[in-house]
Design a protein around this ligand. Structure first.
Ligand SMILES: *[C@@H]1O[C@H](CO)[C@@H](O)[C@H](O)[C@H]1NC(C)=O
Ligand SMILES: *[C@@H]1O[C@H](CO)[C@@H](O)[C@H](O)[C@H]1NC(C)=O
Ligand SMILES: *[C@@H]1O[C@H](CO)[C@@H](O)[C@H](O)[C@H]1NC(C)=O
Ligand SMILES: *[C@@H]1O[C@H](CO)[C@@H](O)[C@H](O)[C@H]1NC(C)=O
Length: 779
């Protein structure tokens, strides 16, 4: 019954966007004087609430939730199915706004959080795609921890909620996607590691109590979303056709890791349909997988107005009440929007939804608030009660924002090694380009008000005398302004061009249609390079990959760096890298394709695997068969690193029972992981890989060692896939040991066409840094 009619309801997305805008305006007056947090069970002001068992902190969460739910009327219950949740004054419960965001710092997107005179800004870390490029799991978690501390500090003064709808862990499967910048990139393993680490940083309390939440995170947008608005196809109408194999080995793993390893408190279902069913109405995907298989401890939320979209845009149901019924019975707990608030009563009256299903949904919501301490009285008397405005934008937090940008920045080219710049010879720099003095562009989307910007121009001017010419009126660069730019480049000892994109080029609701630098940027770069006296350093600020083949091949452009959207301290971090105060160590978390890619690949085609019959080249380094501009994992350093394998096994036996079909016939090419005794999978089938990394350069630095596996070519397996990475600091001229623990069942298995996880028998290749090691897996 799914019928996506792309021509009707064109206005709806605009309406929704406008509505969201109005909501955020309406709820964010210029001056917020509130200085008290929102909380329930305020025993000091309302001593009578002490009698309610749901306020009794000695009881368990489930008992408290059941007590609360049984006190509510149906109307009161329905008021707690939406983000603007209704309080119940007779029970001493205030309204609660569920929608806050903290993608890379506490954000003002979402009506639950505001900045004011009291807290004018929060630490704005690099956009996630650049954080991912650091390949440093410790950093992922450290950032989450700072963000949740600032969030709690703001909560204590009534400026922030406790439920944050971050991170975005969709796979960046296509470089055109406007929201790719929000994600940790194209690799399911990296995305899973990012998700679980950032979520731990946000959620874990310092008292080690796993039942408590510092703030509640949310992994979104479940699932197979990653398209916003491309050539007339928008996310509200997109039906992603996804094979079971791609679903299970590409789109689901980040969410699985987020729930199982990160213990996240929420998952958000997306706008799009998957194989003809809206994700928020998919019983298998929600109740079956998230709750059943992964055992989510928390709530399932819908993207803002997703339920409305199911009825009004997708016409998936005939009536609003049916849209209520399909989503709630699929396992949805909370609607961002008004739809469930408006139509649930009628759905119950019509017998389409049981009150028990509503009890179940709001119980998940209340349980989350219980774990956050919302029903424990004044948060200023709880674990994080001492935090306040002075804990936001501290020097340490702002330094971590700068450190994160340093660790993520990727050096793509450094021919004849003009970098790092030497203060002795470089006395003047020409700083050119539409992003050369960027402020807001540096923080990308789902941003907050930052503590303070350091633009590239400002960062570089701290080191050396600079001249500046924007070269274009804006990043769209419809007409390059060549004269001033060429003039200053001809006079300076070196030239830095800061080019790329911003939210006018790639954003939510805005996918790109090509991969080239916008407008006349390429002309500006080439002309300035021709006119420059000294070395030319091209800096690309962008979320998505760009085809910059022209610059790679231009000898006058001596260095190229990608800085993502580097956050509030991006300019300072860039200067740290260019002047050698930091040895670059970032690696690309996504493939950089040539422009020809977009002609061969419709953005709507979800297939990861190539199709030789029609020239479709496949997606991401795991499957893509064509040429790249720069591959996944690419990134240079000012030092050279060498890998030496110390120890790894050449043979692993699955120890199958002699009665097993594979052992008997000797004809299997793979064994289902489920066919192995569970304890075999857990304990016996793991091994260690030991290597040593030598830094042969003159600068100490951090270096990421990647461990990939290439399974035998059965079941359309990936060419190779990442199974581990370690970032190590290596002193110049020294060696560091690196160890990987490889679990055969999780790391070396693959997903077959039916979605079954299997271990391929035979010859596997481990790629350990730049070494290759053969491993045979036998029965
Ligand atoms: C809270 O619950 C505990 C455990 O059941 C009980 O002993 C205590 O009396 C309760 N407190 C109040 C104020 O009811
Ligand atoms: C949220 O709820 C409160 C109280 O019910 C109401 O005053 C406010 O207008 C609501 N906001 C929106 C955007 O509906
Ligand atoms: C660079 O940007 C900063 C911050 O917006 C601004 O104060 C400064 O005037 C700009 N510099 C130039 C040369 O435009
Ligand atoms: C990883 O990040 C942490 C936190 O910033 C930092 O202390 C550590 O040095 C980084 N690791 C490496 C190898 O660079």
């Amino acid at each position: 019954m799914a019928s996506t009619n792309r021509n009707r309801n064109r206005a709806l997305p605009i309406l929704l966007a406008t509505l969201c805008f109005i909501i955020s305006i309406a709820s964010s007056p210029h001056r917020i004087s509130a200085q008290t947090p929102v909380f329930a069970c305020d025993i000091d002001s309302n001593p009578w609430v002490a009698a309610f068992p749901f306020c009794n902190t000695s009881l368990g969460v489930q008992d408290r939730v059941s007590d609360l739910v049984r006190r509510l009327t149906l109307a009161q219950k329905i008021g707690n199915l939406v983000n603007n949740a209704s309080g119940i004054s007779t029970l001493g419960i205030p309204n609660y706004e569920w929608w806050s965001e903290a993608l890379h710092g506490v954000s003002y997107v979402g009506p639950g959080t505001h900045f004011s005179d009291l807290v004018p800004g929060a630490t704005s870390f690099p956009q996630v795609i650049l954080i991912a490029a650091s390949f440093n799991v410790t950093l992922f978690e450290a950032i989450g921890k700072v963000v949740s501390t600032e969030a709690r500090a703001m909560h204590n003064v009534g400026l922030a909620g406790l439920t944050f709808w971050s991170p975005n862990v969709n796979i960046f499967r296509d470089p055109r996607w406007g929201r790719g910048q929000e994600t940790p990139g194209e690799d399911p393993y990296l995305s899973g590691r990012y998700a679980s680490a950032y979520v731990r940083g946000l959620q874990q309390t310092d008292d080690g109590n796993r039942d408590k939440l510092k703030v509640a995170a949310c992994c979104k947008h479940y699932t197979a979303y990653d398209l916003d608005n491309w050539k007339g196809v928008d996310r509200f109408h997109f039906n992603a056709i996804v094979s079971q194999q791609d679903l299970d080995d590409t789109f689901q793993p980040p969410f699985k890791s987020c729930v199982i390893d990160g213990n996240v408190a929420s998952v958000m279902c997306s706008f799009n349909q998957v194989n003809g069913k809206p994700t928020c109405a998919d019983l298998d995907l929600l109740t079956g997988v998230i709750r059943g298989q992964w055992k989510l401890n928390g709530y399932i939320g819908a993207d803002c107005d997703s339920v409305d979209v199911i009825f009004n845009s997708q016409h998936y149901t005939k009536t609003p009440e049916e849209a209520v019924a399909v989503t709630i019975s699929a396992g949805l707990d909370l609607d961002c929007g008004f739809f469930l608030g408006q139509h649930t009563q009628k759905a119950v009256d019509a017998g389409l939804v049981d009150e028990a299903a509503i009890d179940n949904a709001i119980s998940n919501n209340f349980a989350t608030l219980m774990r956050l301490g919302f029903f424990d009285g004044d948060p200023r008397k709880q674990l994080y009660g001492k935090l306040g405005p002075s804990d936001v934008c501290t020097p340490e937090n702002r330094e971590l924002a700068r450190e994160a940008a340093r660790q993520g920045i990727v050096l793509l080219k450094n021919s004849a090694s003009p970098l790092p710049l030497n203060h002795a010879t470089i006395k003047t720099l020409a700083v050119i380009g539409p992003n050369a003095n960027a402020t807001k562009a540096m923080i990308g989307n789902y941003e907050g008000t930052p503590c303070k910007y350091v633009t590239p121009l400002q960062g570089l001017t701290e080191h050396v005398s600079t001249t500046y010419a924007p070269g274009c009126a804006n990043v769209a660069c419809s007409t390059a302004q060549l004269d001033d730019a060429k003039k200053i480049a001809a006079l300076a000892d070196a030239t830095v061009l800061v080019m790329g994109a911003d939210l006018s080029i790639e954003a939510e609701g805005l996918d790109r249609v090509d991969l080239l630098l916008p407008g006349q940027q390429q002309l500006l770069v080439s002309e300035v390079a021709r006119a420059s006296k000294g070395p030319v350093i091209l800096v690309i600020m962008s979320g998505g990959a760009m085809d910059i083949q022209f610059a790679k091949n231009d000898d006058r452009i001596t260095s190229i760096l990608w800085v993502g959207y580097p956050g509030e301290a991006g300019g300072a971090a860039l200067a740290d890298v260019l002047f050698g105060d930091y040895n670059p160590s970032g690696r690309l978390p996504m493939t950089w394709y040539p422009q020809s890619y977009v002609d061969k690949v419709p953005m709507t085609n979800m297939n990861m695997r190539p199709d030789p019959s029609n020239g479709y080249p496949g997606r991401t380094y795991r499957f893509y068969t064509g040429e790249t501009v720069y591959p996944f994992g690419y990134g240079l350093s000012y030092s050279s690193y060498f890998h030496r394998l110390v120890r790894a096994p050449q043979r692993v036996s699955l120890h199958l029972e002699m009665s097993h079909a594979c052992a008997l016939s000797n004809k299997c090419n793979s064994v289902s992981v489920d066919a192995l005794p569970e304890d075999t999978c857990r304990r016996d089938l793991s091994f260690d890989v030991h290597l040593r990394v030598r830094n042969s350069g003159t600068l100490s630095g951090s270096h990421t060692v990647f461990l990939y596996s290439s399974p035998p070519s059965v079941h359309r397996s990936p060419k190779k896939h990442l199974v581990g990475f370690r970032k190590v600091f290596v002193v110049a001229g020294h060696e560091s040991p690196v160890k990987f623990r490889v679990d055969v069942c999780t790391d070396l298995s693959l997903v077959d066409e039916a979605g079954v996880r299997k271990i391929a028998l035979g010859h596997h290749v481990l790629h350990i840094g730049d070494l290759k090691h053969s491993l045979s897996i036998v029965v």
